[in-house]
Design a protein around this ligand. Structure first.
Ligand code: PLP
Length: 220
């Protein structure tokens, strides 16, 4: 836990229109409490079970963001409390989130994860799949979810130019999707890009949410 680094990061993102998601995966609740006491309220986790027990153990005004891959059968554990799900990559998953949200009398904010990196291991929709999803009849029926924007992970490389290109392509796609499907929906506004290694590049390319873990909490 490095509160100095945290404060520097907060100062650094201030000039940008972006929020920090403190990625606390694998870290103990003591670390999260410490950051909470510095004023941080948004935390990101990538595993459902871990997020559930941390939510139970910690103050209830924390906004929990799920940033990792989500399996359909685990959705129900999150829906009572999750703030934003960043990793939606299929209509099937979205339908399950909608169903569970309805049971909880909630409308759940979701981001669609787009595959922008070279690596095949990274989850996410292609541009074509994104259009298919947003123009499908099934999608129009969903009343208990809100698509608030797009999420992406750049290729794991030191080539900053390449990372910049991937982020700026996603930003362009975001603008296009906004115009085409969400022109009158002010809630479609989030671009979730950037982690410890590339958040500076993400901020330069229009990030509204950056997901930073190891800079703040130390290596995992
Ligand atoms: C772990 C993780 C992060 C944060 O990674 P750091 O390198 O620790 O900042 C961001 N996004 C996703 C999807 C992650 O799984």
């Amino acid at each position: 836990m490095n509160t100095e680094k945290y404060k520097q990061l907060i100062d650094e993102i201030k000039p940008f229109n972006a929020k920090l998601i403190a990625v606390s995966k694998t870290k103990p609740v003591e670390d999260i409490s410490q950051l909470y006491n510095e004023g941080q309220r948004i935390f990101g986790e990538n595993k459902v079970q871990e997020m559930v027990w941390k939510h139970e153990a910690l103050p209830k005004d924390i906004e929990w963001h799920l940033i990792g891959h989500l399996q359909t059968n685990k959705v129900k554990y999150l829906t009572p409390f999750v703030a934003v799900i960043h990793s939606v990559d299929s209509i099937k998953l979205l339908q399950e989130i909608n169903k569970q949200a309805e049971r909880n009398n909630r409308v759940i904010d979701c981001l669609l994860q787009i595959s922008i990196a070279d690596e095949e291991t990274k989850f996410g929709l292609s541009e074509e799949e994104l259009h298919q999803l947003l123009s499908s009849k099934e999608f129009l029926l969903l009343k208990n979810i809100r698509i608030c924007g797009l999420m992406g992970m750049a290729t794991n490389t030191t080539d900053e130019k390449k990372i910049g290109t991937e982020f700026s392509n996603l930003k362009k796609l975001f603008e296009m999707v906004k115009q085409k499907y969400f022109a009158y929906q002010s809630y479609f506004k989030e671009l979730s890009i950037g982690m410890s290694s590339d958040y500076k590049i993400a901020l330069q390319n229009g990030a509204t949410l950056i997901r930073v873990g190891s800079i703040i909490f130390g290596d995992r």
